[in-house]
Structure formats: C-alpha cells, structure tokens
Design a binder for this molecule. Structure first.
Ligand code: NAD
Length: 262
C-alpha cells in the first residue's frame, strides 16, 4: 500500500517507549522525517538513535514535559527550523494513575487534565498554523478504549479522555476546510510498560497474580490476546496516510474487539 508519507514531517509526542515509540518507528519506516519528545533524555536519545540508524531518516529528539506549554511551543519551532514545516502531529502522554473516584484528590484531576487534555491543546495550537499554510495536515490523538467504555479504577482516564474526543471533533469541523484531518486512536490493552504498571496496581488491590490479570484482559477481547504497540502504530500511520483521506473527526478503536457496544 502506497501511503504517500515519504518526506512528510511527523511529530510524535511522548515517544521514548511504548505506543509513541512504535508510532515514531512506523513513520520512519515510511520515510518520514521524525520529531520525538519525552521527559527523560537518555531513553529518548537511545530510541531516536536506534530509529535513525535503522531507517536512515532524519530524527530530531528533545526532552521536555508535554504539560509545559512553552516547551511545546519551542519544540514545534525547532521542528520547523530543522525540517521546514509540520505535516503530522501525534499527541500522546503517559496515562493517569489507576484509582477509583474516592481515592482521587484535586491534584490528580489537575494533573490528568494537564497531561491528557491540555497537552493536546498546546500541540494543536502550535501545529495548526503550519498545516494551514500547506493546506495539508494530520492531527492524531492517542487516548484509550475509555473514550467508548469506562474501565473500572480508571476514573481519571474515563473522564478526561472524553474532553480530547470533544476537541478532536471540534478541530475536525473547524479545520477540515484547510485540508487538516483530525482523528483519535483509542487503544485497548496493549503490551507496554504502562500495562505492566496497571497489572501491578491491580494485583496489589485484588491479591491476584499479575499473570492472572493479564490473562483476564486478554480474554476480555474478541481476539483473546492483548495488542502490540506496533498494531496501534500501524493504525496511526494509516490515518496519517493518503489512504485515509476522507476520514476525520473519528475515534478508531484498536482493541482486538474488547469494546462491547455496537
Ligand atoms: P508508556 O508508559 O509505555 O509510555 C509513555 C511514554 O510517554 C513514555 O515515552 C514517557 O516517557 C512519555 N511521557 C509520559 N508522560 C509524559 C509527559 N508528561 N511529557 C512527555 N512525555 C511523557 O505508555 P503506553 O502504553 O505507550 O501508552 C501511551 C498512551 O496510551 C497513554 O496515555 C496510555 O494511557 C494510553 N493507553 C495505553 C494502553 C495500554 O494498554 N498500553 C491502553 C489504553 C490507552
């Protein structure tokens, strides 16, 4: 399948590991110029160097926290200075902690909003004018199956991710006329460090083994397994490609059939 992505400039936020890293790698495999970020410099540099060597494409990597609006602005400026523009922006960040409602405090809610909602606002603000100038752009948010089906003990994600979906739909409507497509990718249980952390906290709360918790997640999906980060990344690349040119404002679940609704 010809994706038409060669030489496109793709930002992938929060990409030193997990789904973000897999997405950065998948864009590099398509011949994109890739810009990566994450909070911790050493793992980010290592991921960037590996991708650069493996695919022989230019990779820019800067360490910062996506909750810092000024840092997001500076990063997008660096990307434009290095690559000339921005074509694709994948917004991503770590997930909020697993908690039931009464275990949360106001600080948890503010952090979840900063990390999983406002970071998307910051990136969208910075990249949209560049995409408007080219009359071509793709913004893809990474959220969660919680946008369709609340997950027990993930009340922060269940509530805050819905705001991202509202933003995605609004941006899709407002900027479709400029050739900018905005979509949301919602992973189900995917084998990353985030899932290991969740298994650990569930195991501590329920006294079940981490393996039993993984097995239950797998059995919950139609495909009877958890996903791989590369499977989410392939969906992200497809949405960014010319092969998905009439899709905007949508949430695409990559969950192996875990969502039970119609
Ligand atoms: P992960 O923990 O493996 O990786 C998260 C990445 O984000 C890392 O590179 C980390 O350095 C970076 N990061 C975290 N907070 C950041 C911040 N504030 N600023 C900059 N970088 C930051 O997570 P993952 O499993 O790849 O998940 C990615 C997203 O998908 C998360 O929001 C997660 O909640 C969501 N999600 C994951 C699953 C799953 O099963 N793995 C399921 C549904 C949704």
């Amino acid at each position: 399948m010809e994706t038409g992505l060669r030489n496109r400039v793709a930002i992938v936020a929060a990409s030193s590991q997990g789904i973000g890293r897999a997405a950065a790698q998948a864009f590099a495999a398509e011949g994109c110029q890739v810009a990566m970020c994450a909070r911790n410099k050493p793992p980010l540099q290592q991921a960037a160097e590996t991708i650069k060597q493996q695919y022989n494409v230019p990779v820019l990597a800067e360490a910062f926290d996506v909750t810092d609006a000024g840092a997001v602005c500076d990063f997008v400026k660096s990307v434009v200075a290095r690559f000339g523009s921005v074509d694709i922006c994948v917004t991503n960040a770590g997930g909020p902690p697993a908690k039931g409602f009464l275990a949360t405090n106001h600080d948890d809610w503010r952090k979840a909003l900063d990390q999983n909602f406002l970071s998307t606002v910051y990136f969208a603000h910075e990249v949209i004018p560049h995409m408007q100038a080219k009359r071509w752009g793709r913004i893809i948010t990474i959220t969660s199956i919680t946008t369709k089906q609340p997950v027990p003990d993930l009340v922060l994600s269940n509530a805050v991710r819905a705001a991202v979906v509202g933003l995605v739909k609004s941006l899709a409507n407002e900027f479709g006329k400029d050739g900018i497509l905005v979509n949301n990718v919602a992973p189900g249980y995917t084998a990353t460090d985030r899932l290991k952390e969740l298994a650990k906290s569930r195991s501590a709360a329920t006294h079940k083994s981490e393996k039993d918790i993984y097995d239950a997640w797998a059995m919950d999906s139609a495909l009877k397994r958890v996903g791989q980060p590369e499977e989410v990344a392939d969906t992200i690349v497809w949405l960014a490609s010319e092969r998905a040119s009439f899709i905007t404002g949508q949430t695409i679940l990559v969950d192996g059939g875990a969502y039970k609704g119609l």
